[in-house]
Ligand binder design. Sequence first.
Ligand code: SF4
Length: 767
Amino acid sequence: MNETRDSIQDIWGPRTPHEGYWPQRVDERTTEEPHHWVQSACVLCSNCCGLDIGVRDGRIVGVRGRAVDRVNHGRLGPKGLHAWEANHSPDRLTTPLIRRNGQLEPATWDEAMSLIVSKSKELLAEGHSSAIGFYTSGQLFIEEYYTLGVLGKAGLGTPHMDGNTRLCTATAGAALKLSFGTDGQAGSFADLDTTEAVLLVGHNMASQQTVLWARILDRLASVNPPKLVVIDPRLTYTAQHATVHLAPRVGTNVAVLNGLLHLIIENGQIDYDFVSDHTVGFEELVRTVGKWTPERVEALTGVPAAKLRAAAHILGTCQTLVSTALQGVYQSMQATAAAVQVNNINLLRGLIGSPGNAILQMNGQPTSQNTRECGADGDLPGFRNWDNPAHIADLARIWNVDLDKIPHWAPPTHAMQIWRYCETGSIKLLWIQATNPAVSLPDLGRIRKILQQQDLLVVVEDAFMTETGQLADVVLPAAIWGEKTGTFTNTDRTVHLSYKAIEPPGQARSDFDILLDYAARMDFRDKDGQPLIKWRTPEEAFEAWKVCSKGRPCDYSGMSYALLTGGSGIQWPCNEQHPHGAAHLYTDHVFNTHFDYCETYGYDLETGAEKQPEEYQANDPDGRAVLLAADYEPPHEAPDEAYPLWFTSGRVVYHFHTRTKTGRAHALHHAAPEGFVQLSEEDAARYGIATGDLVEVTSRRGHATEPARVGGIEPGLIFMPFHYGYWDEPKDGRPRAANELTLTEWDPISKQPHFKYAAVRIRKVHA
Ligand code: SF4
């Protein structure tokens, strides 16, 4: 047994200041001495820290960080060090279940798969490929997503495939496509080692990616620490270390960012040569941000003009800049409009494509990048453009299917629309993989009703009996991390290979094997009558994915399982030009915006209306980045007499998503066993509430009750973590999920739901 540090008490670990490089520090936690170690990486956030799994007698007994890995240099955070305990939780699903007479009862794999396949064939025979929808995850591996993408698009021909990644990273993808032509992060985590300044917008890195935050804490403890500008309405762990902390009112990100852009332009701190040679849209941007004087920003957002000027001074004078954004941007009003303003700051300053400069439109879930890359989230594989016939033809050639088999007559269906189609009855089979929408989607009362609709066959593939699984018609027990082999890619394009370390419990099977079984039973064929899915092992699937990715921005063609074994993860693109991967995209300041290559022809930022190919071609940016302007728009729901407070939701450091894993790890559960309602001292006094009192929060959708936590938040704003649902519900049976309160509406471009604002009222239930 070995525990190198107590990560529950000391979340980020001891400081290891930079000495021209970020020193190694190997974090390890084992409960017994392992017999052997198996290479892997952590799947509890989008950092994907390299780690080894310790195995003894067929059980996981611990993990240790991989010192050689470029992402973490050996470090692991509390979730990485503890959450593996969930693999051996006694309540793992071990056998398929089928609902009979209203009850979920054990079944054989053959019975469960036969039921799914017969329903699928029945719907196809009726000409309803669009009656089948998939709602997948940010937890699967490349090999699984790619298999799903191919069987869905070229086998079934359904446009209805998206993931819960719509909830966490859709805006990241949308903002990258709109500014740079395609998805893909321009920089690397390593840029944090040298940068002069970091801008974090709606991104509580200290809680979300604890190891990446340790990298910044180590810079702050070194000579030449970077300056931090943090934009967040709460005084988070991250904000506590800010050089300048801007705390805007909910829903006003665009106004604050426009104010920063206004000052940078007014102060003449832009790189005119870069803007002139490598961007389009400057004049429109100048016009739009021109009216956002610091005083006007202050009046609308509550951010003091002097603080805005101080932040703009840092951003306008630094020689290198890493800018990041996450859910405070992505899940808020005007998500994509705000995210592209973050891109605009680096673009105006010409700070992109070189060491110390990065824009990291962060991902939430560990493998959400791959959902976007592999065609399992509503995008086409390889960042191909659904509106470009040449891109569709390319896929048809690779898959050896007729071009018209691949749905491309309209944009792929986004998740919120998939749920709407289930609600209205046009989707009749919904297959949910490794996610728990009955806790994580907005407006849970509505979601529960949809899942219980009589004419909808709900299939849930998971490792545990989730709140969603309890409402399913068929439940398939899935193997998880550590029990299967595959690859995944983190936010800064680093690809890791995770080997199978132990056998899954009972009859649980990997998502990969389940999908292969489905494809075989459905007998999907290519144009030559050969099986559509030609791979049998994860490594063969990876080789197939390499072919599909070749020549596209996310080019994996130079990678192999052998290359990914033994050392560090490797960043894409990895090909003949970059045999060891590439730290930066756009080093030549040529962006992926050419008409023939880009992933989207763009949208109207206000309405979400798609631009026509002809319109894009007539104004082809042709390798220049796009400076997109957006003006502030008020939220659709705002506090009023009946619901006088703003509501927002987020995460705590010890949990991931709906706690299916972290809630089953002893120390993580005990560090944060229940949710809370955070409110300011002023609001607490007004409502007579003290820390620990039970508080009921009510919106127009529903209500939730949790203990109060007073302080660290702006007056007028209520915060609840979104992790807590009902599988380990409180004994008093009270509703407690934050998403009982949230809205059914989404960003017009990225279609990401608005979790970050709603109007609510509160009352003390009892002390
Ligand atoms: S920072 Fe993220 S990937 Fe790294 S150990 Fe923590 S949860 Fe895992």
